[in-house]
Design a protein around this ligand. Structure first.
Ligand code: GLC
Ligand code: CA
Length: 556
């Protein structure tokens, strides 16, 4: 299989609101990103993905778009964008945008028009339905962010569908005009030179005919069977590819909500010409049972190995995955999968070795390269994320959990964990802004920040730079065949990877205990390519790994 630029390249996700504030209003912006392009280039990432930068009332921080072809004024101007794109390309990097096409904002002109009357030309851009017999919502669908997925519109006496907040009405993709509007917007950005799109909740765009009630199942199952994978979905994706993407040197990356290993091929198998890759939720949600907050299960390494394996097998040779351990929707990777206390640096580095040696396009989320951790928000007034706030408010009404417990749950899994401002230095507001930032800064910025790590050869940041430089040269990291070693070991993750004559072994200790591992093969100590400790001890037939030690050793 040909390894194109987006398969080899490393994606770095920027959450613009929290990245860097250039004009001291407490909100990150496009010029702030321009200021950091040299930093990103030096990190050795290749593709920048910006979370939405379009006009938006920010009910869901830009995932509620009110104009697909305009820049959110808080983030800057179209000129700023053009400059950002140009300067990104000048540095040999690519830029991809976040296409939120399942829904728009209720403040989009389309929706404002649609609300005017039942016979308005834009009415059919959205999903409307008459009330149920009792006057309530047309069916039992729940929003991803709590409550019914239907909102009543008094003026017309009908409900409209919103799978997310009520300010995010779902677009009706059955209407060909809607599809053409989205394609036009895509062309607008691609014609400027943008290199592709991350496609927000794209599996949800085709709704089931007649909006059938969801069965009494867990939310994940409902997503797969009722909200995602609708009857016309693949027809739309093929059309989008044929009408738009295929005409550019650009890629599409699906947010894989509702996609499982069985149906993944329908989205990303090359010969279907739909989407170029997807990131699934199994790793991201491997400590979450059914939707956020309510049920959590402790992290388990063997479960994670199985997930990686299952997905590898599902797409191997036919399709492609992006591989993400965190993003703006989940708590921080080192806090979830590592040890953000005693072994903070070692575990952050070890996790990155694992991520960088899994197959697929590597996807880094801003701040993970310096080991940013979860934050503790002490008051509900400090919580900004609409998902967390809806959860809290619903709890106030139902009293299912106490206020304290609800806040504790928000602190554990809430999305603000990943959205706290980037920690650039130990100066005022972590060097993010001269103004009070829109979301609290993690007080650990005094120790965890870019400036300190930049000068420390042993820092997480320099480790990331180094691993990424090595990965660029070694396709076996990206695409090698996998051979598991000691698959059932609960604390060690060991695997070999082979591509042609290149062979490596990856050794990872996922625990705070030293581990001994007996091998039946020789390990050349002079061929250690990556190691998060200074040495690795090998005695006769045993490998000794220190707490959270991770290494990559060349075998042949
Ligand atoms: C995706 C985004 C998330 C957003 C949601 C609705 O899951 O990643 O941030 O809230 O879609 O657009
Ligand atoms: Ca700003």
């Amino acid at each position: 299989m040909k390894l194109s630029w987006f398969k080899k390249g490393t994606i770095y996700q920027i959450y613009p609101r929290s990245f860097n504030d250039s004009n001291s209003d407490g909100i990150g912006d496009l010029r702030g990103i321009i200021e950091k392009l040299d930093y990103l280039q030096k990190l050795n990432v290749d593709i920048l993905w910006l979370s939405p930068i379009f006009s938006s009332p920010n009910d869901d921080n830009g995932y509620d778009i009110s104009n697909y072809c305009a820049i959110m004024p808080e983030f800057g101007t179209m000129q700023d964008f053009d400059e950002l794109l140009h300067k990104t390309h000048e540095r040999g990097m690519r830029l991809v945008l976040d296409l939120v096409a399942n829904h728009c904002s209720d403040e989009h002109e389309w929706f404002k028009e649609a609300k005017k009357s039942k016979d308005n030309a834009y009415r059919d851009y959205f999903h409307w339905s008459a009330p149920a017999k009792d006057g309530g919502p047309p069916n039992n669908w729940k929003s991803f962010f709590g409550g019914s997925a239907w909102e009543y519109d008094k003026d017309s006496g009908e409900y409209y569908l919103h799978l997310f907040t009520k300010k995010q009405p779902d677009l009706n993709w059955k209407n060909q005009k809607v599809r053409e509007e989205i394609y036009q917007a895509m062309r607008f950005w691609l014609d400027k030179g943008v290199d592709g799109f991350r496609m927000d909740v794209i599996p949800l765009i085709s709704k089931r005919e007649g909006y059938p009630d969801a069965p009494n199942e867990g939310f994940r199952k409902i997503i797969e069977d009722v909200y995602a994978n609708g009857p016309h979905l693949h027809e739309y994706l093929r059309e989008m590819n044929r009408e738009v993407i295929r005409h550019y040197d650009a890629f599409s990356l699906a947010e894989g909500v509702g996609i499982n290993p069985t149906n993944a091929g329908l989205y990303v198998d090359h010969d279907r010409r739909e989407l170029d890759m997807l990131y699934h939720f199994d790793i991201l949600e491997c400590t979450i049972v059914n939707g956020k907050f309510e049920e959590v299960s402790p992290f388990d390494l063997v479960t994670m190995k199985k997930i990686f394996k299952k997905w590898r097998d599902a797409v191997h040779e036919k399709g492609w995955l992006a591989n993400a351990m965190g993003n703006h929707d989940f708590s921080r990777m080192v806090s979830r999968f590592g040890n953000d206390k005693e072994y903070w640096a070692a575990s952050a580095k070890m996790l990155f070795i694992m991520q960088a040696t899994q197959n697929g396009t590597l996807n880094i989320y801003q701040g993970d390269e310096i080991g940013m951790t979860n934050i503790v928000l002490n008051e509900i007034s400090e919580v900004k994320d609409v998902q967390s706030l809806n959860f809290y408010n619903e709890n106030l009404a139902t009293q299912r959990f106490s206020k304290d417990l609800a806040l504790e749950m928000i602190n554990k899994e809430g999305r603000d964990n990943a959205r706290t401002p980037m920690q650039w230095s130990d100066e005022l507001n972590a060097g993010f802004s001269e103004h009070d930032p829109w979301l609290k800064i993690n007080p650990n910025y005094e120790n965890i920040n870019v400036a300190t790590q930049n000068n420390d050869p042993n820092s997480i940041l320099n480790f990331y730079r180094n691993v990424l430089a090595i990965r660029k040269k070694m396709e076996v990291f990206v695409y090698g065949d996998f051979e598991e070693v000691a698959f059932d070991h609960p604390e060690l993750y060991i695997y070999k990877k082979t591509l042609g004559s290149d062979k490596i072994i990856v050794l990872l200790n996922f625990s705070s205990n030293p581990q001994k591992f007996i091998t039946n093969f020789q390990l050349p100590t002079n061929a250690v390519i990556i190691n998060n400790y200074e040495d690795i001890v090998i005695t006769e037939d045993k490998i000794h790994l220190k707490p959270y030690q991770g290494c990559v050793v060349r075998l042949e």
